[in-house]
Every structure is written in structure tokens, then in C-alpha cells.
Design a protein around this ligand. Sequence first.
Ligand code: PEP
Ligand code: MN
Length: 447
Amino acid sequence: MNPSQSAPVGQFWRDLPAAQQPEYPDREALRGVIADLESYPPLVFAGECDQLRAHLGAVARGEAFLLQGGDCAETFGGVSAGQIRDKLKTLLQMSAVLTYAASLPVVKVGRIAGQYSKPRSAPTETRDGVTLPSYRGDSINGMEFTPEARTPDPERLKRMYHASTSTLNLVRAFATGGYADLRQVHSWNQDFVRSSPAGRRYESLAREIDRALSFMNACGADPGELGAVEFYASHEALILDYESALTRTDSRTGRLYDVSAHMVWIGERTRQLDHAHVAFAAEIRNPIGVKLGPSSTAEEALALIDRLDPEREPGRLTFITRMGARAVRDRLPELVEKVTAEGAQVVWVCDPMHGNTFEAASGHKTRRFDDVLDEVRGFFEVHRALGTHPGGIHVELTGDDVTECLGGGDEILVDHLHRRYETACDPRLNRSQSLELSFLVAEMLRQ
Ligand code: PEP
Ligand code: MN
């Protein structure tokens, strides 16, 4: 990498319309922030992005499964060792269950170390007759409902960089420093199964995994692979000033990489073909995700493939479908069929969260665990019927015992939502609901 090469590259998107960008009152200050970001070291290396693309290539071919998850919106206040550890721990536990059930490698990607920017359905919010800009994530403005907090401040982009850096540093230490050892992860799963009412149903699967590990141990097998994991970082590439300031030319290949994360995705609200986000993603070599909601057409999906994966490279493009439990069985088949007929080997991943959000009587934005599960089930059914690979799941979760989504084995009710409703944006599965989802997806993988 040669940071001095960064300034002139990756600017072509500036001539195109870009949805969901903040309006900074002080453009001069923004220019100064961009110049600083351009001088900062990369968070990830291009070679790691290539590795992840290769792993996702295996997912596209049906030889691996993707687990992508984390907060809807990370917050600067949430950058603490405990919260990062518990999120990672939850993802590792889910991954162990899925690996065993799928008998396939699980590619682990966090919505982490950069997921600080949110697209919003309305640009403003009104409370008690007062209208202010909507909260767009900690990278843009503050959540507090005051004119000061809600005014976009470019300095926050630098705080996002630093928050991402310290998060990723800790994630890397946990992933390789002994914490992620499979035997330890399995013992946490055993605790979940033994000590929680939600976990008991899954005792027999946990026992099978235990036997497999004991068998390996008895054989004297102690492969290094059990002691550490590869864990990748991803976020929505929403704020193009930030993403392009962190886009650099790789000295090995001369190609552009967005070094703010291994993988970035384009959201449902910014995937217009002739707009800036797609143009930006087309120029970088990272693996790219695109969210596809229930209004997506097969023509749009095919055009996105032409634009983002012209070489038809397995692992380059991931379609993250978020249809909703009620629409997935109607809307998904045509997309999968036409994309497959075109010969493109994309990764198909199910986001069972964003099509299932509603407002509860208590006023909280929430989701039902049963709807989440039903959308994943529908996703598996569609792919099984078409002979394609249900490549993975993309979920909003936390390692904390929050009360944001309804249902699950511990039966969270509308009346409980207020107890620990802590999300900065969308409702997340809590620790127990996440683990339960992984055991239920494990059952689908084995069918
Ligand atoms: C999200 O992933 O938090 C999100 C906003 O999703 P979508 O773009 O699918 O609405
Ligand atoms: Mn969300």
C-alpha cells in the first residue's frame, strides 16, 4: 500500500447522485477530515479481502456456509471489551453449531468494526411539534433529540475510524489469541443447553458435538485449526466520503481496495444501478454484498451482476435477500432462477430481520423470533426446491441479554420490551435467541 496514491483514486462516484448522504453545514471542515482519513493507515489488508473473497467463492459453490452478524448500528459508547467479547462469543458459538450441522466450513463475518452509519426512511423526525434531522448513526450525528446533537459533524467520521480500529484490534486478538478455541466455544454451548430453558431442546445436538470432539481427542488429534478462527469485518458502505477516503491502491496488484473492512455491502435504499454507491462498489476489489428487498426484480439483480461482477467470479458478489417471512416464498424463486440461468455464481444469504420489522403496541420497533425463523425456513425451502445452495444467514444480534425481539424459548413479550431495549437502531436478537436460531438453522441444514 502506498497511502500517497490514495487521494486521486476512487472519486468518480462524486458526479453521480448519492442517496442517504449527510448534509454537512461546514464543507471546509469535511474536506479537512477527508484529508486526515486519507493519511490514516488501513484497517485491513488487501490480501485479507482476497482471502475472504476466496472463502465466499466456496460458499457460492456450495462448499461453505456464511454466518454474518452483529449490531444494526454500532455506537461509540458500545466500544468496550465486554460488549465486543460477548458479541464475538455469540457468533463463535453459533458458528460451532452450524459447522457441525452443515459439515461445512463456516465463514465468519461480523457486522462489526465499522457499522456506524444508518440509512433512514425519513430525513427528519418530529417530536412534540419539534422537527430535527433523523439520527443517522454515530458516524454522522448524535442520538439525543437536540439541534446540536442532530447536526451532522464530520469529526465523527474520524471517531468512527478510531472506534473501528480499536474494535478490530480486539477482535483479532480474540480470534487468534486462544479465546476462540473450539473446545472452549463448545463448553459455552454446553452451558447454554444445560442452564437455560431455551437451550434444553438442543441437548442431543450438543451431545453429538461433544462426542465428535471427544473422539478426535481420543485419537490424539489436536489440529491448530481448533485453536483459532479467521474472523472478518463488514459494514454497509453508506457514507461515501468515508469509504473513498479509505480506498487505496494495493501495491501488489495496482487494484483499489476499500481498506475500512474486508467486505462491504450496499443497502436496500442505495442500490440504484446508476447511482454513486453501485459505482463506488464496482471499482473496489473487496467482496461486495447487496441487499435485495421484496420489490427487487430479476432484471435488477442481473444488472447488478453485470455491474459488480462482470467477470462472474464466485465470491465477489453476495446477494443478501430480506424479503420478509410472508414474501420470501413468492419473491425469492424468480430471482434465484434467473440469476442461476445467467450462469452467475453469487452467494445467496438470508437476512431474516429487515423484512420482519413492525411497531409493537408499546411503541417499540420489534421483530418476532418466529417470523425470523420462518423467513430462514422459506429461504431454505426455495433453494432446496431449485437445487441451489442456501449460502448463509445475515442477522442483527448482540451478546447481551437485551429485550428487543419478541418470542424465543425465553418468551419475550411486548410487556418486556422496555426492560432492556438498548439498540441504537433496529431490534437485535439477544444472546439466547441467537444461539437458539443457530440450533434451529442447524436442524434445517441437516434435513
Ligand atoms: C441494515 O442492514 O441495517 C439495513 C438498513 O438493511 P436494509 O438496507 O436491508 O434495509
Ligand atoms: Mn438494521
